[in-house]
Design a protein around this ligand. Structure first.
Ligand code: NAG
Ligand code: NAG
Ligand code: NAG
Ligand code: NAG
Length: 457
């Protein structure tokens, strides 16, 4: 240390003096609610606009077991939906290595339990609170909150590039963007942005995009909103008269969308969902088999604790909310806008996984298939006539996989809208095999017919 040249020290000093305060807190520290082994490998803030201080909060978990050199180990990015819901729901309730469990055996609330179905078993896993104003992310002014998917993607691109600069080994790792629900917009948006932006950048500044995965996504709302009535009717949840009433409400949403009356179109879609809720009397449209809604209030209680915020290096003046109303309002006119064309480019130039929990009545199997059928892509005919294969995990029926070329679709049985919460091990097997192109996601599918998907594990 003594021999360090003074100019280097000076640069180092200058560097630190320019970094905003919150960077000093990016090494998580343990507390009673947050045992050391459950802490993220890194967490803190990634600037999206250094001039104003707006920044995206992140938590990162390195792979638990390396099956490839670190410089080649895939990085998964997870984006929650909403619009305006925090990705820390994904982190602490769905796919992270430590989760809050409402059915905890020892009867204690707010105790983190390790998740054997975590998505960071063999990949790095990064949660981003997106867009700014969501979760622990900072929107310096309400005007800076994105109002469309291009603005969302621009911020995400800044956050992802600053993340990959945190460690020289991050640069070369293949990046998979994943997410759920309204991230059916965000995931294509950032994927598309990267595909367009990369060729304009020197190789060293490109984002190493390897694929995108969307769970129960809203992507082409005009096709998707028209499916609730038939889906509920043929599931036996509404009768023919109710089907007709719901169809009238759906047509209104479709009509307003086609007219480009965006705010009214969003309201019309909300009316469809409220009608369906009212007709069925279900606990939640996110999973028609549930007797109570998903117990995500646990996450709110946990993340509002001072010691937990400290442990994560989150700005302590922020009161964490599951979903932000200001972000919801900023993106109100975006809801019914389609990003199907972005998925079409991604399927041509990258690879795409669309998976759906079977019990979801909001953005489920029928809803996603309605827009997939209409995709403009030269492989769509082959995809639609490809065999839908029975998918097993550890010898048990887990769902169905349909794949052609770069497009895969998975139906996850026994799961609602939050697939990793409901079927942790299946969701882990799915993401690992899709990324690594194994089993039913391999490119020589003929060889796999009749073999156990995860037999080699
Ligand atoms: C990691 O690998 C070791 C050795 O192969 C194994 O014992 C352990 O169960 C693995 N852990 C996980 C989380 O897969
Ligand atoms: C949007 O739709 C509403 C309700 O149908 C209508 O009153 C309003 O005039 C429409 N606005 C535009 C700009 O078309
Ligand atoms: C559905 O709406 C009607 C009319 O507003 C109301 O009377 C009824 O209680 C609602 N049903 C449920 C299950 O919420
Ligand atoms: C924490 O967030 C508040 C409110 O968004 C902001 O005013 C403050 O500057 C932030 N603190 C730091 C250290 O970034």
């Amino acid at each position: 240390m003594e021999s360090t040249p003074p100019s280097f020290l000076l640069k180092l000093l200058l560097l630190f003096s320019f970094l905003p305060n919150f960077h000093a807190k990016s090494l998580p520290t343990s507390t009673p609610s947050f045992p050391k082994q459950a802490l993220p490998s890194k967490s803190g803030y990634l600037p999206v606009n250094p001039a104003t201080g707006s920044a995206i909060f992140y938590s990162f978990y390195e792979a638990q077991n390396l099956t490839s050199p670190l410089s080649q180990t895939p990085l998964l990015i997870w984006l929650q939906g909403g619009p305006g819901c925090s990705s820390l729901l994904g982190n602490f309730f769905e796919l992270g290595p430590w989760r809050l469990n409402p059915h905890s055996q020892n009867g204690k609330r707010l105790v983190l339990e390790s998740n054997s179905g975590s998505w960071n078993r063999i990949f790095g896993l990064l949660f981003l609170d997106n867009p700014i104003g969501t979760g622990f992310s900072i929107a310096s002014t309400p005007e800076e909150i994105p109002k469309d998917q291009h603005a969302v993607a621009k911020h995400l691109f800044a956050a992802i590039t600053s993340f990959t600069e945190l460690d020289p080994l991050f640069k070369s790792r293949p990046i998979y963007i994943t997410g759920e629900s309204y991230a059916g917009k965000y995931v294509p948006a950032i994927g598309y942005y990267i595909l367009k932006k990369n060729p304009q950048l020197p190789v060293s500044r490109r984002v190493n995009l390897a694929g995108v995965a969307i769970g129960n996504g809203l992507t082409d709302p005009v096709s998707q909103v028209a499916t609730h009535a038939v889906n509920a009717y043929f599931s036996g949840l509404i009768n023919a008269k109710q089907k007709t009433q719901l169809e009238i409400a759906q047509w209104e949403a479709v009509k307003l969308t086609k007219e480009g009356n965006w705010s009214e179109a969003t309201d019309a879609r909300n009316r469809v969902l409220h009608m369906l809720q009212n007709m069925t009397g279900l606990a939640t449209l996110y999973d028609w088999t549930r007797k109570v809604p998903y117990e995500t209030d646990l996450v709110t209680e946990f993340l509002q604790k001072e010691e937990v915020k400290k442990a994560l290096g989150a700005n302590e003046s922020i009161i964490w909310e599951e979903c932000s109303d200001s972000v919801g309002a900023a993106l109100h006119e975006d809801v019914m806008k389609s990003v199907k064309y972005m998925v079409e480019l991604l399927v041509k130039q990258s690879k795409v996984l669309l998976y759906q929990g079977h019990f979801d009545l909001r953005d489920g199997v029928v809803s996603v298939e309605a827009y997939v059928k209409k995709m403009k892509w030269e492989g769509i005919g082959e995809f639609l006539s490809a065999e839908r294969k029975v998918w097993k995990v550890n010898g048990e029926l887990a769902g169905y996989v349909q794949k052609w070329g770069s497009l895969s679709q998975v139906v996850v049985l026994g799961a609602g809208h939050l697939v990793p919460t409901d079927q942790a091990l299946s969701s882990q097997a799915m993401i690992e095999d899709w990324v690594l192109e194994r089993g039913l996601f391999g490119n020589n599918q003929e060889e796999n017919i009749g073999t156990n998907f995860r037999g080699s594990l």
